[in-house]
Design a binder for this molecule. Structure first.
Ligand SMILES: C[S@@+](CC[C@H](N)C(=O)[O-])C[C@H]1O[C@@H](n2cnc3c(N)ncnc32)[C@H](O)[C@@H]1O
Length: 173
């Protein structure tokens, strides 16, 4: 299938977060469903950030790619580098976790479509009722542009029904 958007929309979603961070300069940023830490790896270069935390239910996934978050030698040339702390947790967005409170910005990029409807309710309670960050960015693929998702949104969950090329399509659209 030909891509409809350039750059791909999942890249544009990350760019939206980066632009927001440049404008608002949050000090503490939490990325829910951080997956392979792609967004965190971009955010670690924003020197205003002092605490960067990633959470994902899949600890194996995080461990596979977390090494890209480790400092490289040139990082130490930046005077403000030693103020950055990065923490990764295995856990669910449906559970209240005191370590995730007190953030300036919480992001949830292409996560909620992976939750059951009951878990989307819990997600809202946890994020808006318990974590209460200063700002929240939630993004999800738009089913108007995704022929594979139409029935699946109605059934209440996307991931469990998709695999292979269809799933990567849901990321690109
Ligand atoms: C499509 S990936 C997210 C992509 C990533 N946010 C990005 O921007 O590149 C969806 C992620 O959500 C995670 N996930 C699914 N259910 C979750 C839950 N209840 N709590 C935390 N993470 C969850 C999955 O393990 C997966 O890594």
């Amino acid at each position: 299938m030909e891509p409809m958007f350039t750059p791909a929309l999942h890249r544009q979603r990350h760019q939206f977060v980066i632009d927001f961070v440049k404008r608002k300069k949050p000090k503490k940023v939490l990325d829910l469903g951080c997956c392979e830490c792609v967004l965190l790896k971009q955010l670690k270069f924003h020197r205003e950030i002092e605490l960067l935390v990633g959470l994902d239910i899949d600890g194996v996934q995080i461990k596979k790619k977390m090494h890209g978050l480790a400092p490289i030698s040139t990082d130490y040339l930046q005077p403000s580098y030693d103020q950055l702390r990065i923490e990764l947790y295995q856990g669910s967005v449906t559970e209240k976790d005191a370590r995730l409170r007190g953030f300036d910005l919480v992001t949830s990029i292409e996560l909620i479509e992976h939750l059951t409807l009951a878990d989307v309710e819990l997600f809202s309670e946890v994020v808006f009722g318990y974590l209460t960050p200063e700002a929240v960015i939630v993004s999800t693929p738009n089913s108007d542009f995704n022929p594979f998702s139409l029935d699946l949104w109605v059934s209440g969950t996307l991931t469990t029904s998709l695999s292979g090329p269809e799933q990567s399509s849901s990321r690109g659209l």
